[in-house]
Design a protein around this ligand. Structure first.
Ligand SMILES: *[C@@H]1O[C@H](CO)[C@@H](O)[C@H](O)[C@H]1NC(C)=O
Ligand SMILES: *[C@@H]1O[C@H](CO)[C@@H](O)[C@H](O)[C@H]1NC(C)=O
Ligand SMILES: *[C@@H]1O[C@H](CO)[C@@H](O)[C@H](O)[C@H]1NC(C)=O
Ligand SMILES: *[C@@H]1O[C@H](CO)[C@@H](O)[C@H](O)[C@H]1NC(C)=O
Ligand SMILES: *[C@@H]1O[C@H](CO)[C@@H](O)[C@H](O)[C@H]1NC(C)=O
Length: 552
């Protein structure tokens, strides 16, 4: 027994020692792993936050403002007044997305909206802009986002999918003829004023490629092949007619493409990709970038100063717009070093995208006049990176902006606090509209609460009315309050119509105001009608003996 006991004691000792040793190794390897992975994580996090203790500038020859006119007739007189401000802040090109606002002719005449620009006034504006030193880059959608044409009955048969007017079916020979026609009209119009250096042919968001041919056909081209083939044929067409015009395309269809596929483009290509990323922290693939650098003579980038939030957003979200452009600048300054490449890569230009609608069929989003502060932020950041920032760490520029824990941008006319933008501290054309729409946003918020309360009170009204137990005073209060809101909405509508008419043609002003107020007015009216029904119910009856109505 004793021996057994002794033996088991030594076994226990052995066991304990073993456990201690194992634990020690565990602990050691844990520490090592922690250090190792911690480092890896740090390195990954640092992908954008590289320290470069030298003075460097980003090279961006083109700072391009996107002017999106789709179903949104901005007054050219307003755009003209913007030019000096844009120039002062570093914009040197305008990307004109005319869509249905261009005065097409002949077979394409129905593509133009009824309130499209007249040839003469457009020509005058373009000449003025060129005279003030701007380069004009027209944009013509040539693959996706062709709703403005394919919605029409005469072009319906060119749809990739019968129910989707966004993408054109390239298998139909007629489609290519149609696109050539479209390009010709827009390019000839501009070339008559000044030969175009660049044309943007869109080609983004292609969701419905390769769907239009009949299902019994198999082994057809892949989506990327169709895309590349299309871009190649269009760029060849453009090259043959306008040999000096560079063709810009959005890059999203090139992302993640097999490198050898990019051999579609040789060094003499007239195509240059525009890498767009509108997120707070752009998800930029380094691999893609190095491929592009290899294949294309120049790369462009695009951030967004409006139209990158929700589909029906009212104001650009200033802090996310700032982060979007700041990350981009930081990325192009530092990305070659991430791969240990010493060469400094140039980027041709940056497009500041500003959508008026997410697509032709969508409701309007952030208006241009109230997005000027966001545009200014982009221009200040770009200017700082172009004129050389001392990059002693990631936050060099940011620290300069940071006041009381918030980012504040200051130029001679404007102070922009990202978190609490106060329009009274910033002089910009559009300020009055900004304030008015801000006021309306508050009404909308109040109304949301009121609707909630009213809907609850309606339940009571409906419930108590069966016992004729309605408190007419409460009812009257609610009715008065709703009438007051209707008045305020009416005030907003009138004022908004008068201010907006400085910037937009009447049809768009009406659309925008209705888009903002119609559903609210309908809701209020519905509530008022319900109240009206109960208003005449007689007052207070005796409480029923069994009180059932309290047990709702
Ligand atoms: C334009 O639309 C009108 C009305 O639908 C039609 O009568 C006309 O033929 C169309 N024009 C062309 C050039 O297709
Ligand atoms: C579909 O394609 C096949 C093979 O090309 C052809 O024989 C057939 O007629 C086509 N069907 C339709 C509806 O176009
Ligand atoms: C950066 O830009 C500034 C101002 O334009 C200029 O003085 C400086 O020489 C530039 N630095 C480099 C490295 O190009
Ligand atoms: C409520 O009563 C008034 C006066 O008796 C009457 O004029 C009105 O039409 C009634 N309204 C409804 C909705 O029944
Ligand atoms: C309570 O009283 C009401 C009205 O007198 C009557 O209709 C209902 O049936 C009664 N309920 C019960 C549970 O007694």
């Amino acid at each position: 027994m004793r021996i057994t006991w002794k033996m088991s004691t030594s076994k226990i000792k052995l066991f304990t020692t073993a456990i201690m040793i194992i634990s020690f190794y565990w602990f050691l390897s844990y520490i090592l792993l922690e250090v190792w992975f911690g480092k890896v994580e740090e390195e990954e996090e640092d992908i954008i936050k590289v320290k470069v203790p030298i003075k460097m500038n980003v090279s961006l020859n083109y700072v391009v403002m996107h002017i999106d006119l789709k179903r949104t007739p901005l007054k050219l007189s307003y755009l003209e007044t913007l030019l000096p401000m844009l120039k002062d802040n570093g914009v040197n090109s305008l990307l004109m997305e005319y869509e249905d606002m261009f005065p097409y002719e002949g077979k394409l005449v129905n593509l133009s909206a009824e309130n499209c620009y007249k040839k003469l006034e457009l020509k005058r504006f373009i000449s003025t802009a060129i005279g003030s030193g701007f380069e004009i880059i027209p944009m013509v959608q040539t693959f996706g986002h062709m709703e403005y044409a394919l919605k029409l009955s005469e072009f319906q048969h060119l749809r990739e999918r019968p129910l989707n007017p966004d993408s054109i079916c390239l298998r139909k020979p007629e489609s290519m003829a149609f696109i050539r026609h479209l390009l010709e009209q827009v390019m000839d119009f501009h070339n008559a004023i000044r030969p175009l250096k660049h044309i943007h042919i869109g080609c983004d968001d292609l969701n419905h490629v390769n769907k239009c041919h009949n299902s019994s056909e198999k082994g057809c081209l892949e989506k990327t092949d169709i895309f590349l083939h299309h871009v190649k044929s269009l760029s060849d067409v453009i090259k043959s007619q306008y040999p000096d015009t560079i063709v810009l395309i959005w890059d999203d269809m090139l992302r993640g493409i097999k490198p050898d596929k990019l051999n579609y483009f040789d060094q003499s290509t007239n195509v240059q990709p525009v890498c767009w990323e509108y997120g707070v922290l752009p998800q930029i693939s380094l691999a893609n970038f190095f491929e592009y650098h290899e294949k294309f003579p120049h790369i462009w980038i695009a951030s967004a100063f409006r139209g990158a939030e929700a589909r029906t957003a009212t104001f650009p979200e200033l802090s996310s717009r700032y982060q979007n452009v700041f990350s981009w600048m930081n990325f192009i300054l530092n990305h070659p070093k991430l791969k240990g490449v010493q060469k400094v890569y140039n980027f041709r230009g940056i497009i500041l995208t500003g959508l008026s609608r997410h697509s032709h069929m969508d409701p309007p989003c952030e208006l241009l006049p109230i997005s000027i502060p966001s545009l200014l932020i982009h221009l200040i950041v770009i200017e700082r990176f172009k004129s050389g920032v001392v990059i002693d760490g990631y936050n060099g520029f940011e620290e300069e902006l940071l006041r009381n824990g918030r980012y504040v941008f200051i130029n001679s006319k404007c102070v922009i606090d990202l978190e609490r933008f106060d329009s009274s501290e910033c002089k910009f054309d559009g300020q009055e509209l900004y304030d008015l729409i801000k006021y309306f946003s508050r009404i909308t918020l109040d109304l949301k609460e009121a609707f909630y309360d009213n809907e609850r009170s309606l339940e009571y009204v409906e419930f108590y009315s069966q016992f004729d137990l309605i408190n007419k005073n409460t009812l009257a209060d609610n009715v008065n309050m709703l009438h007051k809101y209707l008045e305020e909405i009416g005030f907003f509508e009138n004022k908004c119509a008068s201010i907006m008419s400085k910037y937009y043609e009447r049809d768009f002003v009406n659309e925008y105001i209705n888009h903002k107020t119609l559903h609210l007015k309908k809701k209020i009216q519905r509530l008022l009608n319900i109240y009206k029904i109960y208003y005449n119910v007689s007052v207070w009856r005796r409480t029923p003996i069994n009180n059932t109505y309290f047990v709702a």
